[in-house]
Structures are given as C-alpha cells and as structure tokens.
Design a protein around this ligand. Structure first.
Ligand SMILES: NC(=O)c1ccc[n+]([C@@H]2O[C@H](COP(=O)([O-])OP(=O)(O)OC[C@H]3O[C@@H](n4cnc5c(N)ncnc54)[C@H](O)[C@@H]3O)[C@@H](O)[C@H]2O)c1
Length: 249
C-alpha cells in the first residue's frame, strides 16, 4: 500500500533515540514534528530540519491530545506516530516510591495509550492508513537487564519501568487487533542496551551478548523506518528486538 501521509510525530525526540528516529524519518522523506518536555527540542528541530517542534509533557494528557490534533490539522494529516518519550527509575525495590512508580508508568505506558488513541481517532481512521510504533524495551520482556546486587542497587532498570514497558508491548498487541481493519498497523520496538543519555554509565554486561557491544540510536531508528515503510504492511502487533541478540524474541 502506498504511504497516505508523509507527516510523522515523534515523542521524546529532543535527544537520544527519539532524535535519531526523527532524523531517519526526515531522511526517508517524511515531514517530522518533534515533541518533548525538554526545551532543547526547539534547538534539535533546527539542527535536524524538522517541520515543527512542540514542548509538551506527555503526562499532561490534555496537552498531549491537543498537540497531536494540532499537528494533524496544521500539516494536513498525521500518518505516523512514534512514542519514544520515556523515563527509567533505577531505585531498589525497598526505595521504590508511589511517585517514582507513577512517573514511569505515566510516561512510558499511559501517554503511549492516549497518544495512539488521539492519532487514530479521528486522523488515521478517517484516512484509512496509519503507522503506530511504540518504543518499549527488552527490559519489559525479562524483568530488567543489568546487574542485581544483594541490596538491589545494581543499576538495573527499575520495577516501574519494566512494568510499564511490558505493558506497552501488550498494549501494542491490543491496539493492533483493533486497528488492522482500518489500514493501521501498531508495532513495538524493544531496544537492548543503546548508547544514549539514558544508558550512560550503566553496567549492562554487553560483552556476553551475541553482538558484544552497545547498540546505537541509529540502529533503533532503522527498525522504526522499516515498520513505517511499505515493506512492513503485513506486520502488526509484533515487538522487534534491537538488542544484539541478548534476549530471545
Ligand atoms: N537507551 C537505552 O539503552 C534504552 C533501552 C531500551 C529502551 N529505551 C527506550 O528508548 C526511549 C528513548 O530513550 P533514550 O535512551 O533516548 O533516553 P533519553 O533519556 O536520552 O531520551 C528520552 C527523551 O524523552 C523525553 N521525555 C522524558 N519524559 C518526558 C515527558 N514526560 N514528556 C515528554 N518527553 C519526555 C526526554 O526529555 C528525552 O528527550 C525510551 O522510551 C527508553 O525507555 C532505551
């Protein structure tokens, strides 16, 4: 099927993996709207020649909805949504607070659900085409990667984060079953250890992986590029690992 809309919105795109995804989609020929809570999203947009930049906290669901509807209106349509915004607490189980729990659930999971909803209704459903991609994590498959100390402070991604990413993977399957009738696909990408600000300084044991190195943000962006391209038109509800073979799919 031919791509119906060249407009893409990427959350969490001021830096790191989201920025690399935005750059890749621009080089693939899409008009890309950046959305991030950080004010350097505007600088990033200038650097990579994005179509627009929006400073929004995805946990503010009304602002998130308004941003998605506004982008679709201003650019004539919305064909692609990539949910990349994420936070990763690393506190021990004993130190986990309700505030830390809600921060990671709200950012990684709740915002993903409502961003997909706003992109589908009405935009993707009315145009009969859409590509939703949710950036999860292999931590959501295996309960976190990284070292575990006796006191639980080994730097492994935290309980809230892994729960949110596991939820995002199953949310992706659920949405895929709903929207496939309407020409819309919904897929997840699960990165392993990627060299980015989020993973900086972490001890992830990459030497024991089949591909014994950190991945790059551009390698995650390559998976997203595939999942929004015509080559993936029959692929939905899946979770594509970009992890050097660390976690069996
Ligand atoms: N780096 C890794 O090793 C790794 C591994 C697996 C999954 N991931 C996932 O990839 C995604 C990108 O991670 P990254 O490594 O580039 O991290 P990062 O911290 O460099 O980037 C995250 C971006 O999300 C933005 N963000 C955070 N909270 C937000 C909010 N409430 N509203 C709007 N924007 C918000 C940040 O400002 C930042 O620009 C995340 O979802 C992360 O969980 C990363």
């Amino acid at each position: 099927m031919e791509t119906m809309s060249r407009t893409a919105l990427v959350t969490g795109s001021a830096q790191g993996i989201g920025r690399a995804i935005a750059e890749r989609l621009i080089s693939d020929g899409h008009d890309v709207v950046l959305l991030d809570v950080a004010d350097h999203v505007h600088r990033t947009a200038k650097e990579i020649r994005a179509a627009e930049s929006l400073q929004v906290d995805v946990r503010d669901l009304e602002a998130l909805r308004a941003a998605i509807h506004g982008a679709a209106r201003d650019h004539g349509s919305l064909g692609i949504l990539v949910n990349t915004a994420g936070t990763c607490g690393r506190e021990s189980f004993e130190d986990l607070s309700p505030e830390a729990w809600h921060r990671d659930l709200d950012t990684n999971l709740t915002a993903t659900a409502f961003a997909c909803q706003a992109a589908v209704f009405p935009h993707m459903r009315e145009q009969g085409w859409g590509r939703l991609v949710n950036i999860a994590s292999v931590s959501g498959k295996v309960g976190g990667i990284g070292p575990v100390d006796a006191d639980g402070s080994g730097g492994r991604s935290g309980a809230a984060y892994v729960s949110a990413k596991a939820g995002a993977i199953n949310l992706t399957r659920w949405i895929a079953r709903q929207v496939g009738h309407w020409g819309i696909t919904c897929n997840a990408v699960a990165p392993g250890p990627i060299a980015s600000p989020m993973a900086a300084g972490g001890e992830y044991g990459v030497d024991d992986q089949p591909i014994p190195r950190f991945g790059t943000a551009a390698e995650v962006a390559g998976a997203v590029s595939y999942l929004v391209s015509p080559g993936s038109d029959y692929t939905t509800g899946t979770c594509l690992h970009v992890d050097g073979g660390r976690v069996p799919a």
